[in-house]
Design a protein around this ligand. Sequence first.
Ligand code: AMP
Ligand code: ZN
Length: 466
Amino acid sequence: MPLRFYNTLSQQVEDFAPARDNTVRMYTCGPTVYSFAHIGNFRTFTFVDILRKCLRANGFKLDHVMNITDVDDKIIRNATAEHKALKDYTAIYTQAFLEDCAALRLERPEHLVPATDHIDDMAAAIERLAATSHTYNTDGSVYFRIATFPGYGKLSHNDFSGNIAGARVDVDEYEKADARDFALWKAPKEGEMFWDTAIGPGRPGWHIECSVMAIKYLGETLDIHAGGIDLVFPHHENEIAQSESLTGKPFSRFWMHAEFLMVEGQKMSKSQGNYFTLRDIIERGYQPEAIRYLLASVPYRKSLNFTFDGLKSAATAILRVRNFKLRLETDKYPDGSNEQLAARTASAAQSFADSLNDDLNTAEALASVFEYVRDANSAMDSGEFRAGNVAAALDFLARFDSIFDVLKPTVQDGQLTDAAVDALIEERTAAKKAKNFARADQIRQQLLEQGIILEDTKSGVRWKRK
Ligand code: AMP
Ligand code: ZN
């Protein structure tokens, strides 16, 4: 099955391939670093990670930019309240974001770019927009005049042809000629920090940062632009207006948007107060891979209701696959190969890949894994699973894990590493051989205290983390 994605721009599922040299040029909107990100934010970032991995599984190379929004109203407000310089304040939450991404096993984009490192590029872009009459100034702030961009509304499929003056579609507090117009550049308010640039003192609006950094690193037309569904309008619509006015070219061929993580029917958000950070979840004793699995398990275009029961089921699902893998690695099977089972493994791997290629249908992909695990486990129980079937089964699990990345348990601070556990088990086996049962029991107890469970089987010692 060829790779296909739903494109918000065309409202169709379309075959996907990058435009040039087998490399996907992709831009995704990053976090605003005014506080810890919540797991709703991470639903979108996990979707982006699954997208990256599926693109790579299709043989494409990646050139991916993600911005860090490190200047905006909330950041300025919070930094001022804490008497911190902007950079010092945002450094804390940028670092926290990177730590959370690492815990969730989200790959680093090829370019992770803070907005404040590109202020002069933004000022230059605004100058170019001004030179082509797309802007106007009010009290030192610069606005984009939507009336100069006839395609406005093509992404969100809003019809803006009627008179909508008076409708508030942006949160800027500045004077605008038309309610749709948005700030490209904001003049400093009393006592506020600002940058001195070719277009005067001030700071950039949020929308211009993404257009400028996307074009700078990836060129005038991207293959994919992605983010959460709340960014379609006005953020991405405004990005299109600015970028296409600058270049005269389509800004992005594909636009992909993740639906929300919800809590009891409401979008998870800071302003509702109904949110959990990753740190909250880990403090409650859950592994980061359980939240990763949960966020990835529902296809990105369906909203996902967060519950702790759902999180527990995610942890159980991971354990099932880990136990199956352990069984594959440690049990002894009769020689030969079961051809029927070999065909079953191949078809499960094929439907896994096909489901993901079908607009990242993660739920269907996972179903093909779990149905296979069930069938293979019963083949093992009945003695039909043969030594010759092991390699293909492990290969399928490796493919599963190259996308979902949940099989390796997270080792927390102070926990034994896998290698240390293996070494203790070897010592225990040697102690038993030497009939030093006291030492063998001591090691079993020591491991148990660290949450490691040993199982003596015919084919040797198996272990797992609790
Ligand atoms: P922000 O840090 O507010 O700029 O948001 C970062 C990303 O998280 C954006 O792509 C948002 O669309 C996304 N986002 C915010 N809330 C949610 C949610 N409840 N579910 C999924 N994505 C979200
Ligand atoms: Zn953006």
